[in-house]
Design a protein around this ligand. Structure first.
Ligand SMILES: [Mg+2]
Length: 126
């Protein structure tokens, strides 16, 4: 049921090509997508919706790991025969979108958080 909703979301929401994308576009997409997902799942309180987003993130990380294993040829032949490099790219995108949806649910300004984190990392001495 839940996966069907996400699949539907992927086909219904149009997005700019990656070359044209910026954080504002991404925020706008994520905001719309979160609203759409909330209505697709029916009346859920904010906390339940956010917990659902967190659980979905772990599912997507698992799918990314599965694609990574396939990419390195570390899966059964049956799985390897179905794998494409495009799937790996899509799983990276799924994880990123889940993180952004979760951040939006928690009112986290991810662009600001990334900027601050990058500044911190750049100050590190190696
Ligand atoms: Mg996925």
């Amino acid at each position: 049921m839940a996966e069907r909703c996400f699949r539907k979301a992927r086909t219904e929401v149009r997005f700019l090509s990656p070359a044209q994308m910026n954080f504002e576009d991404l925020y706008s997409f994520v905001e719309k997508e979160n609203k759409r997902l909330k209505s697709a799942y029916g009346p859920l309180d904010e906390r339940t919706h956010t917990f659902g987003r967190a659980i979905k993130l772990t599912e997507e990380v698992g799918e990314l790991n599965e694609a990574l294993l396939s990419s390195f040829g570390l899966q059964r032949d049956e799985k390897l025969s179905r794998f494409s490099e495009e799937e790996l790219e899509h799983e990276f995108a799924d994880v990123m979108l889940c993180v952004l949806l979760l951040a939006e649910s928690m009112d986290v300004d991810i662009a600001k958080a990334l900027e601050e984190k990058i500044k911190k990392i750049n100050k590190r001495k190696y």
